[in-house]
Design a protein around this ligand. Structure first.
Ligand code: T4K
Length: 378
C-alpha cells in the first residue's frame, strides 16, 4: 500500500493547465499582478461574495500584509489562540507586534471571547481568531468585544475556505479574513494566500503591502513586502476553483463514514458540530480521551503510522510550547487553560478524496484493537 497522508493536493489536468501556460508564455507576463492573477482575484471576489479579494504568495505573507494594511501601532499587542499553526503567531511577531495568547472554548476549540476579554490591555490593538480545523469562531461575541474596545478583528481562515456560518461567508467576517491556498488546502494554488474584506478602503492598502508599498514609479507609499502571487500559481487557482466543490462533496461523504466509526467508541470525541455552518471540509479532527478510550492519541497515531497511514497531531506543540513563546501566559477562565488539557488529545485523520474504503477499514480496525485494551469499568 502506498503511504496515506493527512492531506493530498488537488491538481488540475495537465491538458487544462497547458492551455493557461500557453497564455502565460505568449504574454511573457509571469508575475506582478498579471492577467491570470487579476482574473483569479475577480473570480474569488464573486465566489466568496466580498468586494475585496487580494491574492498573496502564501497564507503567511497574507497574514503579514493584512496586519500591515491595518497599520497597527509598532509594538502593539495582538491577541490570538495558542492552538494554531506557527504562522499565525509568527506573522504577528514578524510585523513588530506582540502575540498575546488567550484560551480556547472547550467545545469548539476556537478562541474563547471571555478569555480574550481578560487578555485586553491598553496596548491591545487587534484580535486574530482562527477557525481551527474549519470550526467557525464565535464571530458575534468577538466582534462585539472588539467594537466595544476599539480593536481590529482579523480571522485566520486558513481552514475555512468557502465556509459559512448562519449564511455569512467566512470571507465577510471581521475587518479582514486571511486564507491559505497551500497545496494541502481544499482550494489550493500550490503556494498562495488570500485576504478578503467587506471594506473597499482596505483594498489599496493590501495591494501596497504585498508590493513593497510601491504606489507608482515615483512613489513608495507604505511599508510592504514581496507577497505577490505568480501567474503559474494563479493558473492552478483558476482551474482548481472549478474543481474544489467536487472534492468537498467527496470529503463530506468521508466525514460521514469517519463519524459513524468514531461514534462507536467511548472516549473518541468528534469535532464540534455547528448546525448553522457550511463546512469547508478542510480537516477531520477527533479527540482521544485516554482514560475512557483505553489508549492515547499518540498510541493511535503510532499504530496508524505502522500501517503507513500518516495522521497528524495538529496543532501540538501549541504556540506557548515553542522556543519563541515558551512561558508566555495564556489568559484563561480556568486554573489550567483548556488548551493545555486538550493539546495531547488532538488527531487529524487523512481527509481527502484519496482515502479509500480499505483505508477507512484499517483505521476502524486500529481503533478497535486499541480500545480492546481498555480496562473493564468496575
Ligand atoms: N494559519 C493556519 C491556521 C494554517 O494552518 C496555516 C498553514 C497558515 C496560517 C499558513 O499558511 P501558508 O503560509 O502555509 O499558506 C502544512 C502546510 O504546509 C501548511 O500550509 C498548513 N497550514 C499546515 C496545517 O499543514 P506541515 O508542516 O504539516 O506540512 P507537511 O509538509 O508536513 O505536509 C503535510 C502533509 O501533506 C504531508 O504529510 C504529505 C502531504 N503533502 C504535502 C505537500 C507539501 C503532499 O501530499 N504533497 C505536498 O506537496 O504544514
Amino acid at each position: 500500500m502506498t503511504p496515506l497522508y493527512v492531506a493530498r493536493p488537488l491538481l488540475p489536468s495537465r491538458a487544462d493547465l497547458d492551455i493557461l501556460l500557453d497564455e502565460i508564455w505568449a504574454s511573457r507576463w509571469v508575475t506582478n499582478e498579471g492577467p491570470l492573477h487579476n482574473r483569479l482575484e475577480a473570480a474569488l471576489s464573486r465566489r466568496l461574495g466580498v468586494p475585496v479579494a487580494r491574492l498573496f504568495s502564501s497564507g503567511t505573507s497574507a497574514l503579514q500584509c493584512a496586519m500591515l494594511a491595518l497599520d497597527l501601532p509598532p509594538g502593539a499587542e495582538v491577541i490570538t489562540t495558542p492552538l494554531t499553526f506557527p504562522a499565525t503567531a509568527h506573522a504577528i511577531s514578524a510585523c513588530g507586534l506582540k502575540p498575546v495568547f488567550a484560551d480556547i472554548d472547550p467545545d469548539t476549540l476556537t478562541l474563547d471571547p471571555r478569555a480574550v476579554a481578560r487578555a485586553i490591555t491598553p496596548r491591545t490593538a487587534a484580535v486574530i481568531g482562527v477557525h481551527v480545523y474549519g470550526t467557525i469562531c464565535n464571530d458575534a461575541a468577538l466582534q462585539a468585544l472588539c467594537s466595544q474596545h476599539g480593536l481590529r478583528l482579523l480571522y485566520d481562515a486558513a481552514h475555512a475556505f468557502a465556509a459559512e456560518k448562519a449564511g455569512v461567508s467566512t470571507a465577510a467576517m471581521g475587518d479582514l479574513s486571511v486564507f491559505s491556498m497551500h497545496a494541502t488546502k481544499l482550494f489550493n494554488t500550490i503556494e498562495g494566500g488570500l485576504v478578503t474584506s467587506r471594506d473597499p478602503a482596505l483594498s489599496e492598502r493590501l495591494q501596497l503591502a504585498r508590493n513593497f508599498g510601491i504606489a507608482s514609479e515615483e512613489q513608495v507609499k507604505s511599508v510592504g513586502i514581496n507577497g505577490k502571487m505568480s501567474e503559474l500559481h494563479a493558473a492552478i487557482g483558476l482551474l482548481n476553483l472549478d474543481a474544489f466543490e467536487h472534492e468537498r462533496d467527496l470529503r463530506r461523504d468521508l466525514r460521514a463514514r469517519y463519524d459513524a466509526i468514531v461514534a462507536t467508541f467511548p472516549g473518541l470525541i468528534p469535532q464540534a458540530r455547528q448546525g448553522d455552518v457550511v463546512r469547508s471540509e478542510q480537516y477531520y479532527m477527533l479527540r482521544v480521551d485516554p482514560e475512557i478510550f483505553g489508549a492515547s492519541r499518540d498510541d493511535v497515531y503510532d499504530r496508524l503510522k505502522q500501517r503507513d497511514i500518516h495522521a497528524r497531531r495538529y496543532f501540538w506543540p501549541i504556540c506557548t510550547d515553542y522556543d519563541s513563546y515558551r512561558g508566555a501566559p495564556v489568559a484563561s477562565l480556568q486554573p489550567v487553560p483548556v488548551v493545555e488539557r486538550v493539546k495531547t488529545t488532538l488527531l487529524c485523520l487523512p481527509f481527502h478524496s484519496g482515502v479509500q474504503p480499505d483505508h477507512v477499514q484499517i483505521i476502524g480496525d486500529v481503533l478497535t484493537d486499541l480500545s480492546a485494551s481498555r480496562p473493564a469499568i468496575p
